[in-house]
Write a protein that binds this ligand. Structure first.
Ligand code: NI
Length: 152
């Protein structure tokens, strides 16, 4: 496992539409392992592959309930609404208010290509939306209100 560099806003890769994963091989497993390590090191709750410069539909999330790995994730159902603070490891020290669904159901593959259906509410639903947006080149700041930059 290795820590990878996190791309920051302005880097083209964050605006790319990511490609579907078709090979569930060691290269994918290494990417997933490295992404988890990189996310934990940065104290993030989620990381998408373009944030480490890889234009593939791969996401890792841990909102404190254990590691979730999503390959080719798609939101298939949403319910309700929540409005709250959001930030991103690619936009350090910037925060904004984003409205997201309260509950989200996601369909994806696991690292071995097995079909997964996951449901999450609150912070997990927010993380699903935020990270899956990254796979389509969308950054939370595109959707945020009251953007704040913390400087010191
Ligand atoms: Ni982000």
């Amino acid at each position: 496992m290795a820590i990878r560099n996190i791309c920051t806003e302005g880097d083209d890769v964050l605006r790319k539409k990511c490609k579907e994963v078709t090979s569930f091989d060691k290269k994918l497993w290494d990417l997933l392992d490295d992404m988890a390590e990189t996310m934990y090191k940065a104290n993030g709750v989620g990381l998408a592959a373009p944030q480490v410069g890889i234009v593939k539909r791969v996401v890792v999330i841990d909102v404190g309930e254990g590691l979730i790995e999503l390959v080719n994730p798609v939101i298939i159902e949403t319910e309700g609404e929540q409005t709250g603070d959001e930030g991103c490891l690619s936009c350090p020290n910037e925060f904004g208010i984003v409205t997201r669904p309260k509950t989200v159901k996601v369909q994806a593959k696991d690292r071995n290509g097995n079909h997964l259906i996951l449901k999450g509410s609150d912070l997990l639903a927010r993380a699903f939306c935020h990270e899956i947006d990254h796979l389509d080149g969308i950054i939370f700041k595109d959707l945020a209100k009251n953007l704040t930059k913390i400087t010191r």
